[in-house]
Ligand binder design. Structure first.
Ligand code: ADP
Length: 211
């Protein structure tokens, strides 16, 4: 199977869950631009402080920040033999920046209807290390506490209905051209992202294994 994969999809589309499973399966790093940016925000770095306002408004963080952290991460030794990129590239200029290095061998886009996006994000809780739960569909064993590391669960700052509307609009406006770009190169795999995470994972594996 391919070892350089890009995972895209709407907010709440299940990119992170899928990407971490694929990364484990393939033994390559899971590189999430959203997680890297949230870490910068949590550490109150100069970069994080610049990114925060865009993230809380549901807008894309400027390219010079995102391309910089992603390129730096891709240059680390553990990414030499492959990677799963989650949430990057999200606009055409980022896809072009990725062409300057080894680009993806396949791009998976998870397709999830808008109303499902709102339901998923409203119930989503995450721990500070990034483990994800849903209060209705995949709750933690103890309410409000991460099963894996015991840390308190929180709702992301960009989870309000208004901000989710903006994240969806941004996705449609900025990321659709990226999908068309990879489609034109014959790399795009559109996969139904509804159903539980196991079903989605199996769908993606069979799609990629038959390609
Ligand atoms: P989602 O796709 O569910 O909105 P992410 O965790 O992937 O969540 O991203 C959260 C936020 O981080 C985005 O709304 C955006 O502000 C920022 N972000 C993540 N990836 C990128 C990217 N490739 N380019 C610009 N901004 C990004």
């Amino acid at each position: 199977m391919h070892r350089r994969l890009v995972i895209l999809g709407p907010p709440g589309g299940g990119k992170g869950t899928l990407a971490s499973r694929l990364a484990e399966h393939l033994g390559v790093p899971h590189i999430s631009t959203g997680d890297m940016l949230r870490l910068e925000v949590a550490h109150a770095s100069a970069l994080g402080s610049r990114a925060q306002a865009f993230m809380n408004a549901g807008e894309l963080v400027p390219d010079e920040i995102v391309v910089e952290i992603t390129t730096r991460r891709l240059a680390e030794p553990d990414a030499a033999d492959g990677w799963i990129l989650d949430g990057f590239p999200r606009e055409l200029s980022q896809a072009q920046a990725l062409e300057d290095q080894l680009g993806p061998e396949a791009v998976v886009v998870l397709q999830v209807p808008d109303d499902e996006v709102f339901i998923r994000i409203a119930g989503r809780r995450t721990c500070p290390s990034g483990h994800v739960y849903n209060v209705r569909r995949s709750p933690p064993k103890t309410p409000g506490v991460c099963d894996i590391d015991g840390l308190p669960l929180q709702q992301r700052e960009d989870a309000s209905e208004e901000v989710v509307e903006e994240r969806l609009a941004t996705y449609k406006r900025e990321t659709t051209p990226v999908l068309d770009y990879y489609d034109g190169k014959g790399l795009l795999h559109r996969v139904d992202g509804t159903g539980d995470p196991d079903q989605v994972y199996e769908r993606v594996l069979s799609e990629l294994e038959s390609s």
